[in-house]
Design a protein around this ligand. Structure first.
Ligand SMILES: [Zn+2]
Length: 122
């Protein structure tokens, strides 16, 4: 054991907590979606008020976007936990170099070093 080692225990805990929160968020979004598309919801919806319709559309779009992002994030968190289990955590999946610890503390579910991440986003 050296002091440079990544503190996997606290990272695992953070990732686990994040996974639980994301899972709950995902369930919540799905529940809301189901309620929105369910019959009988139009009861107090007034088509004569365009603002209501705009809000309705905006909220639907927002919940879809959120649902996608949460799912993607959850997937990343799960993969990070797998890498922790397999002892591959903290290495860039692209170039294989060690990911800076400061970066891991900020984005514990990241799979890439900052260089590869920047290259992918550009
Ligand atoms: Zn890299």
């Amino acid at each position: 054991m050296t002091t440079e080692m990544i503190d996997t225990d606290s990272l695992r805990q953070r990732l686990s907590e994040l996974r639980v929160r994301l899972q709950a968020e995902l369930n919540h979004v799905r529940d809301t979606d189901a309620a929105d598309t369910g019959a009988g919801k139009m009861g107090d919806f007034d088509p004569n008020h365009p603002a209501d319709m705009a809000t309705e559309m905006f909220e639907r779009e927002l919940s879809e976007t959120l649902s996608e992002n949460v799912e993607e994030l959850l997937h990343k968190v799960q993969r990070a936990l797998t890498r922790l289990d397999e002892g591959r955590y903290g290495r860039c999946e692209d170039c294989g170099k060690a990911i800076a610890q400061a970066r891991l503390e900020t984005v514990p579910y990241t799979s890439f070093c900052i260089t590869c991440q920047a290259r992918q986003e550009s």
